[in-house]
Design a binder for this molecule. Sequence first.
Ligand code: SF4
Length: 669
Amino acid sequence: MSTSLFARLEPRLSSVSKPIQYVGGELNSTVKDWDCGAASSQESGEGTGAGETVRWALMYPDAYEVGLPNQGVQILYEVLNERDWIVAERTYAVWPDMEKVMREGDAEGPIPQFTVDAHRPVRDFDVFGLSFSTELGYTNMLNALDLAGIPLHATDRGEDDPVVLAGGHAAFNPEPIADFLDAAVLGDGEEVVLAISEVVREWKKDKAGPGGSAVNRDELLRRLAVTGNVYVPKFYDVKYAEDASIEAVVPNRPGIPFRVRKHTLMDLDAWPYPAKPLVPLAETVHERFSVEIFRGCTRGCRFCQAGMITRPVRERSIETIGDMVENGIRKSGFEEVGLLSLSSADHTEIGDVAKGLADRYEGSNVSLSLPSTRVDAFNITLANEFSRNGRRSGLTFAPEGGSERMRKVINKMVTEEDLIRTVATAYSHGWRQVKLYFMVGLPTETDEDVLQVAELAKKVIAKGREVSGRNDIRCTVSIGGFVPKPHTPFQWAAQLDHETTDERLKKLRDTVREDKRYGRAIGFRYHDGKPGIIEGLLSRGDRRVGRIIEQVWRDGGRFDGWSEHFSYDRWVESAATALAGTEVDLAWFTTREREYDEVLPWDHLDSGLDKDWLWADWEDALAVADGSSDIEVEDCRWTPCYDCGVCPEMNTEIQIGPTGRQLLPLSVV
Ligand code: SF4
């Protein structure tokens, strides 16, 4: 049995900020009987009811306002709760004021990390699953573990502790948090969470049966690991070479596979989730219903981890998209629908989807939105459909590289001509505002490449004024720092140090501001280079980085994705302390270029990408950079397969339309 903590929490909620975020009970949230599995197995006559419920606490390790809208968690929450023998509840990172209240506690002691659904202690669940879309949530994981009363280190956990499991994009290199995890899964979660639940259920039955004392927690982890689909870090030893690099990562017990594979969901139409979108109680970063219209991207942008690790492209059909939108709006009351994917305008039937939805919701309060659009995929008909029923918001394009040379190096084949033509079309059709997204710190980049961003922005404004005949044209330049990521062709690249990043950004900002004709029409948004270095450390780090994360957390580090909470100095000092006496330091993990034969910390984690293909692509990038080659990687959706390795390795294939079908007409009530 697990008891609700709400009676202990409630009297304290008035003393914390935004208390509503801890209350739960959102529209479409679920609270199930703690022993629902026992009832279901007795009804079906299959079991005795003993230990047959599998319970998941799901966490997005950030504040409620960021965590609640997260699609990944919402999908798994629903998929798991649909099974009558599984309980899934949600928990989020508590703000420092709430943490203080919980640690101070009451007469019964500290109040532990709780779920927002039934306010049960996280430690009472079988699995504590965390979804990491960014590595900057790692300190929040440690804080949640500590608040929950779960030992930080996997090796210190006992029989009653939940299995701490990580997923999400960051889990493609979980080595920096390996010491704190019992397990990690790579790739799409829908099917694997159910497969894991089955293993946990069988294990619980065996544990409750005769001779159950031998069926311990390690046995559960072993059963998960031997599937080859779940990574259990403690079953792998990391050996280091004399030069401090990794010599090998090898299983340390029989039956554990050398490599762990990612999961790929091959029929998105069969998994139309979220079907019951959660409606937040407090303000959140997105308040809309989002439908993922396809998964994966094969454009081949060399910096893009999301594109590389989610291959191949799998489209959702136009009918399913239409049904999901209609159903999601009806069940949630949201008035905005976002069509999500890594490059939504690339869906083979996006035109029909946009027109069909715009027709269907004409005259209603429902508006459509498309996240950033590729310059070469933009067309005005599409943009008009998306703005037909709502306000005409700004358009966002992401050329990523400032100069043509840089864009070739990153394989983002957008010419200046394409960009100017696209913005000219937008400005001549009434748009006044365009946002352009770039990265600084890309491999082989020079100051000149970055200063080209200013030239491009000026040309955009000049063209906008010309085609619209107006002077109130604006262009916002938004710049992020490039962080080399695992499982990409740039995984070997040296990250640019933060001092040079900041110098380049300053030069660019000054160039824009000094321009009398165009400067005032150009907005400039950027972050300094320091957080990027820490993200780089956590992205490409190995198990030695875990000590730094723990040190940072012990020194008060929380919410590292928030600029007001992030402290670069704390990370630098913690790295110096934690790595003292070792051969490695912060620079070794970040600004150092890797060689071909270096064993990378994530080499035993199989995203399907062939390492030799990635290396060849990295070499091509360098050859393009020095002008000795002009090789372009095309999109295998529309050209022959170029053998990146994913489809044969994962037994998958590209799934795209056009299907030629239509959205079913529906009358809106
Ligand atoms: S294996 Fe071929 S078809 Fe599949 S994602 Fe890679 S390049 Fe594309």
